[in-house]
Design a protein around this ligand. Structure first.
Ligand code: SF4
Length: 103
């Protein structure tokens, strides 16, 4: 199941050991969040910078359009980022959660 994270190839004498190392590495993989903003569809409502100021900013000198400050926010910001995505009136915020691989 974890083979997709492994680089070991068939015929490799240490394939079993390589897969074991990959299994262990996959289990230790930390969950993360990847955030993307789409400037072309942002309507500068400012919701995102209000609810998640550590991740988004809406400066007046940029017309209030979204600036992404942190594309991989820490877990403490995830709820705020999800709220920002929910409140975004234009769908300009995209979140790609990368959960822990299944065991
Ligand atoms: S909430 Fe959405 S539309 Fe509003 S500023 Fe942020 S990205 Fe742009």
């Amino acid at each position: 199941m974890f083979a997709r994270w492994c680089s070991a190839t068939e015929g490799d004498e240490s394939t079993a050991r390589a897969f074991l190392r990959c299994d262990q590495a996959a289990l230790k993989e930390e969950p993360s969040m990847k955030v993307t903003t789409h400037q072309a569809v942002c309507v500068a409502s400012g919701n995102c910078g209000f609810v998640a100021p550590a991740v988004f900013r809406n400066r007046e000198e940029h017309g209030g359009f979204v600036e992404l400050l942190d594309r991989n926010p820490s877990e403490t910001e995830w709820n705020s980022v999800k709220t920002a995505e929910y409140l975004c009136p234009s769908g300009a915020i995209q979140i790609d959660d990368q959960p822990i691989p299944p065991r």
